[in-house]
Design a protein around this ligand. Structure first.
Ligand code: FAD
Length: 389
């Protein structure tokens, strides 16, 4: 596969800024302002947008590379960037024939807008993406929406938020749409703080979201179609890519530690060397499965119906579960290698932040909830037993 080197050079500059402020962002649980500004300065916010609308038509693979690079330097920045791109993917994949969303895409590219997401809801919905309590209420050419949004990352920094809701007050919970509301069209009343173990810079606070906007800002397709055809794959692949970045950095720290130990005691193989080898093999597994996932997505995009298929959904869910688990195993392994120097903050081998950030991975849409969904599909779907995909 060819890599878009120009894009990666620009991303490397932004990643260096992210690395510089990473510990401060984590300690203060604050938005990674400097890194996000660097990403905007590098014109990386609208890269997925088609060229005729001012973007660069970057592939998911390119964007995954940017997320992996950011993940090596500041996981919170990488997560903010990934979540933004997941939202952009919904607009790009489903808004191409829709005048308002076409104009919005041009704005994202020209003004380097930051998009946020509100799917999670209070009242027992939680991470159950496919259900909403809140509903769109039509009022002439406009609509209003009030949502108890129990988690919205970087909400106060967003230029627009894409919100899921029931199609109408009399629609069932699963009959959902997604609407795009601009900053000037909504208010946010804070209901929950974000003082967490990890991913502290995502500032994923809770809010009562209240908005009014023209009805043309509601995406025409049902949300179930948006989730199946674009959001699920983009989320699991981009999250996986940034988690890979965290894991790669943890292994690199463990390797540096072992090398330093080897220099201190020439002729002796440091105890941790074996664990570094094992961590490297797990990292390779993580990398291979992400690359296979990206390939699976590229193939499914060509065969239109495949994106809606159970086999594709199961593959993407398994990828999320596998990469979130491997990440935690790898960071744990690296911690064993670096020992007290990994456990302490402020050493070149510190791994506390990696470990805390990694722990969000199985919880971000709980792996048990995902297993619940795949187990239902596996009651009717036969797994492909061939080695070649
Ligand atoms: C860093 C971070 C950033 C986030 N940013 C956003 C954001 O910007 N916007 C947004 O909308 N959300 C966001 N979220 C929230 C996220 O999308 C999920 O809503 C959240 O992690 C809760 O997931 P959950 O409901 O699956 O699990 P939890 O609320 O953590 O708990 C679910 C519990 O129910 C159990 N369970 C398992 N299966 C089921 C089932 N089928 N039904 C019911 N319960 C089940 C689980 O085992 C678990 O014990 C973010 C989360 C994190 C960690």
């Amino acid at each position: 596969m060819t890599r878009n080197s120009n894009l990666l050079d620009r991303a490397a500059d932004a990643a260096a800024v992210a690395a510089k402020y990473c510990d401060e962002v984590d300690a203060q649980s604050r938005f990674p302002t400097e890194a996000m500004q660097a990403l905007k300065d590098a014109r990386l916010m609208g890269i997925m947008i088609p060229r005729d609308l001012g973007g660069e038509a970057a592939s998911l693979r390119d964007i995954a590379e940017v997320c992996a690079l950011l993940g090596q330097n500041c996981a919170s920045t990488a997560m903010v960037y990934a979540m933004h791109q997941i939202k952009v993917s919904s607009v790009v994949s489903h808004g191409a024939d829709h005048p308002w969303h076409r104009a919005f895409m041009a704005c994202i590219a020209s003004q380097q807008l930051l998009l946020g997401s509100s799917t999670t809801e209070g009242g027992g919905i939680g991470g159950d993406l496919g259900n909403s309590i809140c509903a769109i209420e039509r009022d002439g050419d406009e609509f209003t929406l009030r949502k108890d949004a129990s988690v919205i990352s970087y909400a106060t920094q967003c230029d627009a938020i894409l919100v899921t809701a029931r199609r109408a007050p009399d629609a069932p919970g699963s009959d959902q749409v997604m609407a795009t509301l601009l900053k000037s069209q909504y208010t946010l009343e804070k209901t929950a703080e974000w003082d967490t173990l990890g991913m502290r810079g995502t500032c994923s606070e809770g809010f009562i979201f209240e908005g009014r906007a023209p009805a043309e800002q509601i995406m025409p397709q049902p949300f179930a179609e948006i989730a199946a055809r674009s959001m699920l794959a983009h989320a699991h692949l981009l999250w996986g890519a940034l988690w890979y970045g965290i894991a790669a950095n943890a292994v690199s720290r463990a390797q540096s530690y072992v090398r330093a130990e080897a220099r201190k005691k020439p002729g002796q193989n440091p105890v941790g060397a074996l664990r570094v080898a094992e961590a490297a093999s797990m990292l390779q597994l993580m990398r291979s499965s992400l690359n296979a996932g990206l390939e699976r997505f590229e193939k499914a995009q060509l065969a239109n119906d495949d994106l809606n298929s159970m086999s594709f959904a199961i593959d993407m869910c398994n990828l999320k579960i596998g990469s979130s688990r491997l990440l935690n195993d790898i960071v744990q392994q690296a911690m064993m290698v670096c020992g007290i120097n990994g456990y302490k903050n402020g050493t070149p081998y510190s791994l506390g932040r990696h470990m805390r950030d990694a722990m969000s991975a199985p919880l971000m849409i709980n792996n048990d909830r995902i297993f619940g969904n795949t187990s239902n599909m596996l009651l009717v779907h036969r797994l492909d037993q061939r080695l070649a995909s």
